[in-house]
Design a protein around this ligand. Structure first.
Ligand SMILES: *[C@@H]1O[C@H](CO)[C@@H](O)[C@H](O)[C@H]1NC(C)=O
Ligand SMILES: *[C@@H]1O[C@H](CO)[C@@H](O)[C@H](O)[C@H]1NC(C)=O
Ligand SMILES: *[C@@H]1O[C@H](CO)[C@@H](O)[C@H](O)[C@H]1NC(C)=O
Ligand SMILES: *[C@@H]1O[C@H](CO)[C@@H](O)[C@H](O)[C@H]1NC(C)=O
Ligand SMILES: *[C@@H]1O[C@H](CO)[C@@H](O)[C@H](O)[C@H]1NC(C)=O
Length: 888
């Protein structure tokens, strides 16, 4: 008893002491602050040792009052202190200037009305106070009912899919179609208040007669205390046969009860930007003046039929429009149509360029709005509202529009194109989409009164820019979060020149995405690999030069750029890229699970299936900043599955003969990719089993004669046993160069691993690896003996961060100079004095006005920018004063 009291006193003192040292961390909204009460989740990092487990936090508002937050541990330091904390809170327009602070357990402000989650064998009931939602545990109605204080606003929330057995376009052989609905297989409450509840639903699309069941899906529903909306994150995994299964439509549908007379019912669609297309079901502006038309247009109540004979006669005679659709068939155009009934034609209403993705169906006493994030960017998409003249409307949000061609996931050609000629690496059976996925984000907004157009515009804006609280770049930098990156600094001519190049590179790609239209359901988020100046086009149709698929860490370039600037526009690019590359460019099930696909004309077309595209290192930024559960699952899958993937697909099967070891791996990108997965799993769970996997390899390398260079030949192949995680030299004389280990996220992984692992052997080997890459022969011989007759790697700009790292650790000025010499343009700069200057193309030589940088390749851009960002941090104090690039 006594010792218990002492223990708790001690505990309290520690918490008090901790809280006293803790300076509140300012937070701001990444985009504008929310306009209505809504939920937000975000992640924050801490330096090692600062935040203990079970710490409680609170949000401070500008007026000094505090607001409760929910928090959970996302990652741990090896000493058990917290590395990343996830937070959830509700925010509104009043919560503009916030900061986060630590409090002693007892003084955390209580949540006035915590979210209520009640679960039984059949269903989960959520009550946020502002909204009551039923989630079924079996069947195909994911959300049987949405209620606001006793009033049912929507029913029968279902996923639906239309599948056909052949592609569209063959007029003599019409495809046979089948309708499937999303059938629930498992429901799990992942988080249960007080402020946020998360429910995960797993299922498969199934035919009503049970004849067909395929296409697994994962839906997460996010609820916040006191909040009237629901956020849905929907993932579809393709496990069909690309020759036989063509998805014609993929959507979410709800029934919306209508209680008012026809003249008081309305539909709304989000148009361009904050535009809203708004119409009553029965517009009353006929031949005779009608006193109600202005009110009706605004969605205000107008008299019922019984109110007067004139009103009755008007309502009897004016047309009633039952069905509506908005179809976005390309990134450039949408069209709206409506019809009175199924026996009558569609009427074209109006069109526009890029619709915001919102639909509302309801009447003056309420209804439902749903909005798809990145709607036009993910075309073909559609919104559809049916049955507005019945007492139950149906609202459909189509993530894949059934009014467009069916999804065709077959490879782009039936023959492989030679690697040496087209840079493509295609092998039979490998160009398969079996196992790829796509995640879509949807906001659901129930209403018990007619929303104004402004309300709906706000909803669409929120759906497209998920609210996020972020800390400043300075804070993230001070904490050393997520690697080795510099804050922008224009204090010298050289630094200013570099910042200009970085800005131009981002601006160029940002505009290229738009000008070249890198959009579409399966493409949005990715960029192209290389440019073809002869056609003024990217090589979208040439073998291994088309989609980038993370080649040379494009994702990390964007995330480092966000971390150092805090710019919302860069976040949007990076977020779209992570969503794309983490879903489409890797396999979530099947024999390639845990591996990704190399760059190709189709994202999944290349025969090279590797860890380099599936590695967690590419996904950590988005996960930790947003707490996104789906991304967390993907990183976990990679850690669990990559080893069996490597056993199944030897990454060097085309280059090296089979050895006595189960498969091959290189120090990088394979082993460093696996290490990044294990590091992430270790810090997320605190389970040292993952750390031990890393140490197995470190200990193996420590015994090898050439450290990390102990692989065979230019690909540095080694033996690998995925069951034990041991790495083996194929021959004790092997020594090989390792350029991909640096370029494919290995360096960025190591920046994060080094302080976490804190292992002498790893540190020594890594420093050796960085100091010998591109070093003169004497230095290699000094390290490995006179028998070694090879240099290791080219001293090129892409690898400049290796000597820079050696300088950072040792402060040996020779390495700083080597880094800057490698990185900066020499007397005759290869790219001219500016790196990312574009030319404008117009007139008959191009299809429309375009820009180009003639020799641009994304691998080059990503690596140049990453090196720049890292060099400024590692060796910024040693940047030369003069260089032809900025001495003009
Ligand atoms: C944290 O709290 C949990 C339950 O509230 C308790 O079981 C655990 O021992 C606490 N951990 C520490 C480090 O205080
Ligand atoms: C939902 O919670 C509120 C209080 O937070 C309560 O007044 C209401 O009765 C609850 N509704 C249901 C259906 O449980
Ligand atoms: C690749 O192509 C080049 C140029 O045509 C040729 O010299 C080389 O031998 C080819 N390499 C292989 C492995 O076929
Ligand atoms: C980057 O891609 C280009 C082709 O666009 C290729 O010539 C170059 O070798 C690649 N760079 C690296 C380091 O792989
Ligand atoms: C593009 O690169 C090629 C080969 O490196 C070079 O010959 C050519 O001059 C470059 N073109 C431009 C416009 O920089």
């Amino acid at each position: 008893m006594k010792s218990n009291i002492i223990a708790s006193l001690l505990c309290l003192c520690t918490t008090l002491a901790q809280a006293q040292q803790f300076t509140p961390v300012p937070l701001h909204w990444l985009n504008t602050h929310p306009t209505t009460t809504t939920g937000v989740s975000w992640g924050m990092p801490w330096p090692q040792g600062q935040v203990k487990k079970n710490t409680t936090f609170t949000l401070l508002k500008a007026d000094g009052t505090s607001q409760p937050v929910q928090s959970w541990n996302m990652a741990y330091w090896p000493d058990g202190s917290i590395k990343w904390t996830g937070f959830a809170a509700t925010g509104d327009s009043a919560s503009d200037k916030l900061s986060l602070t630590m409090v002693q357990g007892a003084t955390q402000p209580a949540v006035a009305q915590p979210i209520q989650v009640n679960e039984d064998a059949k269903q989960v009931l959520i009550n946020t106070s502002a909204l009551q939602c039923t989630i079924a545990k079996t069947g195909n109605q994911l959300i049987p009912s949405l209620t606001i204080n006793g009033k049912q606003v929507a029913i029968n929330g279902q996923l639906q899919c239309i599948l056909q057995n052949s592609p569209d376009g063959d007029l003599d052989n019409a495809p046979v179609r089948q309708k499937l609905t999303g059938a629930i297989t498992k429901v799990q409450v992942e988080q249960n208040g007080p402020l946020r509840a998360v429910v995960r639903i797993n299922g498969r699309f199934s035919a009503a007669d049970g004849s067909h069941s395929l296409l697994p899906f994962i839906v997460r529903l996010y609820f916040y205390a006191g909040v009237q909306n629901i956020r849905m994150v929907h993932t579809l995994i393709f496990d069909g046969d690309d020759q036989k299964d063509f998805i014609k439509g993929l959507g979410l549908t709800f029934g919306v009860p209508l209680r008012e007379q026809i003249q008081n019912r309305h539909v709304r669609f989000g148009g361009e930007d904050d535009g809203i297309w708004a119409e009553p079901i029965q517009p009353l502006n006929g031949r005779r003046p009608n006193p109600y038309i202005m009110d009706q247009a605004l969605g205000k109540p107008i008299p019922n039929a019984e109110s007067s004979q004139a009103q009755g006669v008007t309502l009897q005679n004016m047309a009633r429009w039952n069905d509506y659709k908005l179809i976005q068939n390309s990134a450039d155009g949408f069209g709206i149509q409506k019809r009175t009934n199924g026996a009558s034609s569609w009427l074209d209403v109006i069109g526009g360029k890029r619709a915001s993705g919102l639909a509302f169906a309801g009447d003056i006493s309420g209804g439902l709005a749903i909005s798809l994030k990145s709607f036009w960017q993910s075309y073909p998409a559609a919104l559809e509202i049916n049955g507005m003249c019945t007492n139950m409307a149906k609202i459909n949000l189509w993530m894949w529009s059934p009014y467009s061609d069916a999804m065709d996931l077959r490879h782009y050609d039936t023959m492989a194109h030679d690697l040496n000629v087209t840079y493509e690496d295609v092998q039979a059976g490998f160009s398969t989409p079996h196992g790829i996925a796509r995640t879509s984000e949807i906001m659901i907004y129930p209403y018990t009164a007619m929303p104004t157009n402004q309300d709906l515009a706000n909803n669409a804006a929120e759906a497209n820019n998920t609210p996020l609280l972020v800390t400043s770049p300075e804070y993230l930098h001070k904490v050393g979060a997520l690697g080795m990156w510099s804050l922008p600094d224009r204090s010298t001519k050289g630094k200013q020149w570099i910042e200009e190049q970085l800005d131009k590179a981002l601006a160029f790609y940002q505009q290229e995405i738009d000008r070249r239209e890198w959009y579409g359901f399966w493409n949005y988020g990715d960029v192209m690999h290389s440019y073809d100046a002869s056609r003024h086009s990217w090589k979208y149709d040439i073998g291994g030069f088309a989609w980038d698929n993370t080649e040379l860490s494009t994702d990390i370039w964007l995330w480092y750029s966000f971390l150092r600037t805090g710019r919302a526009d860069i976040f949007k690019m990076a977020e779209a890229m992570t969503r794309h590359t983490s879903e489409v460019d890797l396999y979530h099930l099947g024999s390639f699970a845990g591996l990704g696909s190399r760059h190709n004309v189709n994202h999944w077309g290349d025969g090279s299936k590797e860890v380099r595209e599936s590695q967690a290192v590419l996904r950590r930024y988005y996960y930790y900043l947003t707490t996104d559960e789906r991304t967390g699952d993907i990183m976990h899958e990679s850690a669990i599955n990559a080893d069996s993937g490597l056993l199944h697909v030897d990454p060097l099967r085309e280059i090296l003969p089979k050895s006595k070891y189960p498969t091959h791996a290189r120090f990088g990108p394979d082993w460093v990719g696996l290490v990044g997965n294990w590091m992430t799993e270790w810090e997320r769970t605190g389970d040292v089993k993952w750390k031990n996997k890393i140490l197995v390899g470190v200990n193996d390398f420590a015994k090898m004669p050439h450290g990390f260079y102990s692989g065979k030949g230019k690909d540095a192949g080694m033996g690998y046993d995925p069951l034990t995680n041991h790495m083996y030299q194929l021959d004790s004389n092997d020594i090989g160069s390792l350029h991909l280990a640096t370029l494919m996220g290995g360096m960025e992984m190591a920046y994060e691993l080094t302080p976490t692992l804190n292992n002498k052997d790893f540190n020594r080997l890594y420093l050796q690896y960085c100091s010998l890459y591109g070093a003169p022969l004497e230095e290699v011989q000094a390290a490995f003996g006179k028998d070694v007759k090879v240099t290791l790697g080219d001293p090129q700009a892409d690898y400049a961060r290796q000597p820079a790292y050696v300088y950072f650790i040792t402060k040996d000025a020779k390495f700083a100079q080597r880094a800057w010499d490698q990185f900066l343009p020499g007397k005759q700069p290869r790219f001219g004095s500016t790196r990312f200057d574009w030319q404008v193309l117009k007139g008959p030589m191009v299809v429309k006005p375009l820009y180009e940088i003639r020799n641009v390749s994304t691998n080059g851009t990503a690596q140049w920018c990453l090196n720049a960002i890292e060099l400024l941090q590692l060796a910024g104090d040693a940047i030369p004063e003069h260089n032809p690039a900025w001495d003009k």
